[in-house]
Write a protein that binds this ligand. Structure first.
Ligand code: FUL
Length: 486
């Protein structure tokens, strides 16, 4: 009987807490597709095109298609290596600034159809998207707005051409998850033989119409550019987000190819649109493969550090791996990526705070739905929230005093907006509370590196927030070998 009563009470409690409305969201929140994208954490870039064969970073546009011939091209090798590194989406340079197209576009002769690759019958965009589909990898495409080959560049004719190419790419290759619009634009080039400098101004590209094409043909795709609207550049090509990073931006303050890099690097606490920050960086010095850089790639430890400085600061990590002239990722790059993932997995395998008891200075409506213990239950969907009128609160987490930790993880339930603006973390030492870390923004994920410490309680103090604070996940970890403080 007693048992039946307990079961009934539990059911009632879970029913009433499920019925409880969520906390009031901020006025700026992510779209469902942005929420999913942020949770990918890590995406990959594949810079592979004419430059791979000319040893350049920016081709002039007069390169002959006859030199494009990757003899062992295997897009599945790229996808498998990316998957092993924890990459969830790959973005291919279908066309870079030199204008050469990796698919047999109907609108130009400057493409793979005039190359020796598969006797002109090849289509690398097709091979790439099929390989992605086979392994459950999302596929994205980079279609450079700047085209140093096209005779009509800087005139309306090129805009028509560009839109036609977008139509081809977004209609014929299945689901495309991201379209990447680069900001580099206008300058000297071949331009159909004119060999001159062509400048364009901000009004040249009809961005609104271009975005409409993307959303019409691929409604679930996200658009990247300096100005979003879904994902924005982080303001440097080193893969590093600002120590403080807001997922909000004032989109009136940014434009493709003309944005304040400091602004992009921190986002905007007062921003009126949700735009995810994306940290792009190459595993090698160049974006494209150069044999002379074969011994100059980022070490696993450096890649792990970049993960802390991108994902660990509320942004998404975009790592470029350039295939070589055979059309394959270099073995050394693959090994470094694999080791990188191993180190991360080892560090974040055991959460010392998992299932720990938690108390809070304030709990929204006193309901179990917002219970402090939700931050250590291992479920990203459940969350603790303070009462509506509070912008400050603290939580105490009981932990095993014998175990040292040196990594702290905090996550906000960002579907309600990014709220916390200042916090610190303390540990109970024999002499009292000792502050071990402090920070500003949290967002989707905040990772903190500290010197190893142990204690029987940890306290999170939230000092400032733009709405009642909420946390969905908290973790304490011990760094694995290769995960170093830098
Ligand atoms: C830049 C381009 O100019 C580089 O070549 C590279 O594609 C990088 C990811 O974006 O703006």
């Amino acid at each position: 009987m007693k048992c039946l009563f307990a079961i009934f009470a539990l059911l009632l409690l879970s029913y009433t807490s499920n019925c409880q409305p969520d906390i009031k969201p901020n006025s700026v929140v992510p779209s469902p597709k942005q929420l999913n994208y942020q949770a990918l954490e890590m995406v990959g870039f594949v810079h592979f095109n004419m430059n791979t064969f000319t040893d350049k970073e920016w081709g002039y546009g007069d390169e002959s298609p006859t030199i494009f011939d990757p003899k062992k091209l295997d897009c599945e090798q790229w996808v498998r290596a990316a998957k092993d590194a924890g990459i969830k989406e790959l973005i291919l340079t279908a066309k870079h600034h030199d204008g050469f197209c990796l698919w047999p576009s109907a609108y130009t002769e400057h493409s793979i159809k005039n190359s020796p690759y598969k006797n002109g019958k090849g289509d690398i965009v097709k091979e790439f998207t099929e390989a992605c589909a086979k392994y459950g990898m999302k596929a994205g495409l980079y279609l450079s707005p700047w085209d140093r080959n096209h005779a009509g560049y800087a005139t309306p004719a090129y805009i028509t051409y560009y839109k036609n190419q977008l139509h081809e790419l977004l209609s014929n290759y299945g689901k495309i998850s991201e379209v990447w619009f680069d900001g580099a634009n206008g300058g000297d080039g071949f331009y159909g033989g004119a060999k001159e400098t062509r400048k364009i101004d901000k009004s040249y590209y009809p961005w609104k119409e271009i975005r409409e094409i993307v959303y019409k043909l691929q409604p679930e795709a996200l658009i990247f550019s300096d100005a979003g609207p879904d994902i924005h550049w982080i303001g440097n090509e080193r893969g590093i987000a600002g120590e403080t990073f807001w997922s909000m931006l004032d989109r009136n303050k940014v434009a493709v190819g003309d944005a304040d890099t400091d602004y992009l690097n921190t986002g905007d606490f007062y921003g009126t649109s949700w735009v995810i920050g994306q940290c792009d960086v190459s595993i090698r010095p160049g974006w494209f493969y150069h044999a002379k850089e074969d011994d100059n790639f980022r070490t696993p430890a450096q890649l792990v550090d970049l993960y802390y400085k991108s994902v660990g600061r509320n942004a998404v990590f975009l790592l470029n791996i350039p295939p070589n002239r055979d059309g394959l990722f270099a073995d050394k790059d693959v090994a470094a990526m694999k080791k990188f993932r191993e180190i991360l997995d080892n560090t974040f395998r055991d959460n010392l705070a998992l299932n720990a008891k938690v108390t809070a200075s304030s709990v929204h409506s006193g309901s179990a739905k917002f219970a402090p213990g939700n931050i250590t239950d291992g479920d990203l969907n459940s969350y603790w929230a303070a009462a509506d009128n509070k912008c400050q609160a603290s939580l105490e987490i009981a932990i095993d005093s014998t175990k040292k930790f040196d990594r702290i993880l905090l996550q906000e339930p960002v579907r309600f907006g990014q709220r916390i603006a200042s916090f610190d973390v303390q540990v109970m030492r024999p002499g009292g509370w000792q502050t071990i870390a402090s920070g500003t923004s949290i967002g989707y994920k905040r990772l903190l590196k500290i010197t190893p410490v142990a204690g029987k309680k940890v306290r999170i103090n939230i000092w400032d927030a733009n709405n009642s604070p909420a946390i969905s996940n908290f973790g304490l970890y011990k760094a694995a070998g290769g995960d170093v403080n830098q």
